[in-house]
Design a protein around this ligand. Sequence first.
Ligand code: CO8
Length: 373
Amino acid sequence: MHNVVISGTGLFTPPHSISNEELVTAFNAYVDLFNDENTEAIAAGDVEPLEKSNAAFIEKASGVKSRFVMNKEGILDPTRMCPNIPARADDELSVLAEIAVAAAKDALANAGRTGADIDGILCGASNMQRAYPAIAVEVQLALGATGFGFDMNVACSSATFAIQAGADMIRAGSARRILIVNPEICSGHLNFRDRDSHFIFGDVATAILLENAEDADKDERWDILGTKLITQFSNNIRNNFGFLNRTAPEDTNVADKLFVQQGRKVFKEVIPMVSELIQTHMGELGLDPQDAKRIWLHQANINMNEMIARKVLGRSIDAESTPTILDEYANTSSAGSVIAFHKHSRDLPPGSLGLMCSFGAGYSAGSVILRKH
Ligand code: CO8
């Protein structure tokens, strides 16, 4: 068995940012339009009037202050409320591959490698742009890599599940370097007309380079001490978009073909699941979670992370031990914990113990325990 390191991470941040205030202004304009158009039906009791959103509620309930998106105009147009991302010809690089490649190049540069050094590429994300060919194979071509690539989807846990999958290949000797990409265009599958969830997500791409420790020559690298994954079926976070939708056309435009969740239930059920995963995983490696210098948690909700940090580290969330990026990026699904690691790990001294943890739909949760080399 070989040891595995993370030798580089990368980030692509889209050019447009939307503040809560901008998002709420657009949403509330949509609500006025809807209620005006349905005045009579609302008065007759046939249609429920829509309620307005509120920027102060969003920040208090979630911690989100803004989000980056691939296209701002379409989302903020109250008659559209969906990003404008034009279709591309088949011989052009697809938009999901494009942002994955941008993050991948950043990770490769950070690790001092090129595409030619890669044996395999795993694209882990919540939603793939198409059924096939795999986005990972398109990324492989764009980077000039040989070997293989495939896509995998474990919703918000796609990155940590890909880390375990890639690390296992390196541990077993079937690959020496695996590149993981997490392109998340969450705005494409978020219902911007839904008051309960219109504020939750943002767009981004991240990348992680895993290497056989024997090959790793970069000073700054993180030894992977262990990985642990769990899943437990739940309908509380669900998206029913899929290839069978056309076989039931009467349901095609129903809201469940986009992201839907029971946020309160998710909150209550996922916190104990994640806290137990982290404690069990640390215990199995003979480590005390409280010795972790930093934990890079999934970035869904600030209050959730506060409760997990208290349970696991025995202290309140702060920038030193539990960095937050969701205030600026919102929930970026699988990329959240990777962004937190990418932006907030370089300052730690050699020997530091850390933990990356994702959680989300499935339910799914993944823990990656790291020590700075
Ligand atoms: N403005 C004003 N008021 C609002 C709004 C709003 N926008 N939304 C709801 N309210 C009101 C409600 O109507 C309710 O009013 P009342 O008390 O009168 O009934 C009140 O505010 C409280 O509503 P909630 O109980 O819903 O509010 P919460 O405090 O629970 O906060 C959250 C809602 C922020 C959604 C919270 O529950 C949460 O974050 N939960 C955890 C969610 C989570 O972590 N989910 C993970 C999903 S991510 C994942 O797995 C990836 C999926 C794939 C990616 C998909 C990309 C699109």
